[in-house]
Design a protein around this ligand. Structure first.
Ligand code: G1P
Length: 286
């Protein structure tokens, strides 16, 4: 009952980051010293996943190139004696078994996950939305995997949000079976505050049953006119257990410019060398 594959829906156009994302995938924006996407991939690998499946689009070639070999660069680094950097580059291309599937039309998160069916058919799989970057002692996906291995079924990561934020997320509700573990029986994507079944928002980590695929095949468009994963999981919860786990760790929302900037500042402040750079700038302001 382990989870070996992890899907990364990365086909979105990143319009919140235009004009940068006219040419660069938002997942390739730096978070301190490496691309946002690498945080999610490392989380998947340290949670026991072996195959990384990117659900990608035509403007996202930079992600494929990042995880591939770059012979020209490697040769130059080697010939200049920059061996530490050389091995670092090789490591990036060897850290995971990468697969790429094109999502040809932007029909929503549910549709993106459905694009992963050819490789995830018949087995439980992870989903990471890389805009949500988690930092903490135990990788959040592995917290979900542990619940899946112990209780079976699908699992989503939950966080309690304020009334103001309810309409930004999928909101889940259920019965608390153990401290911080809910058996989910309702889920609404981006509800109005008055319609929200709880204040627990689904954050971008999932362990999903392969039974989600037949549901997604028939899923009608929901909130925002998109095929919503949340709607399909609500349907799944009628026939199989779906658990909501209040995760431990800190989340950075790198899906907005403000969130991305504050994540960079926050993580730089926690870095021994960079802390001084940030503090010097702050202290020099009048
Ligand atoms: C997606 C999901 C939503 C979830 C959110 C977490 O929304 O549809 O249920 O709460 O990610 O970040 P999006 O941010 O793509 O609009």
């Amino acid at each position: 009952m382990t989870v070996k594959k992890c899907l990364f829906p990365v086909a979105g156009l990143g319009t919140r980051f235009l004009p940068v994302t006219k040419e660069i995938a938002k997942e390739m924006l730096p978070l301190v010293n490496r691309p946002i996407i690498s945080y999610g991939v490392e989380e998947a690998l340290s949670s026991g996943c072996e195959d990384i499946v990117m659900i990608t689009g035509r403007t996202k070639r930079s992600i494929e190139n990042y995880f591939d070999r770059s012979f020209e660069l490697e040769e130059i680094l080697k010939s200049r004696g920059k061996l530490e950097l050389y091995y670092k580059m090789i490591h990036i291309s060897e850290m995971a078994e990468m697969m790429y599937i094109r999502q040809r039309e932007p029909l929503g998160l549910g549709h993106a996950v459905l694009c992963g069916e050819p490789v995830c058919k018949g087995e439980y799989f992870g989903v990471i939305l890389p805009d949500d970057v988690f930092v903490g002692e135990v990788p959040v996906l592995s917290q979900l995997v542990k619940v899946h291995e112990r209780l079976g079924g699908s699992v989503v990561a939950l966080e309690k949000v304020s009334d103001n934020d309810v309409s930004r997320y999928g909101i889940a509700a259920g019965e608390e079976k153990e401290p911080g573990i809910f058996r989910i029986n309702d889920m609404i994507e981006k509800p109005k505050l008055s319609e929200a079944p709880s204040r627990y928002a689904i954050m971008g980590r999932y362990v999903l049953s392969p039974e989600i695929f037949p549901i997604l095949h028939n899923q009608q468009a929901g909130a925002g006119g998109e095929i919503q994963l949340t709607d399909a999981i609500r349907e799944l919860a009628k026939s199989e257990p779906v658990w909501g786990v209040v995760y431990e760790g800190r989340r950075f929302d790198c899906g907005t410019q403000k969130g991305w900037l504050s994540a960079n500042i926050q993580l730089a402040l926690e870095d021994e060398d960079l802390r001084k750079v940030v503090m010097d700038i702050v202290n020099s302001q009048k």
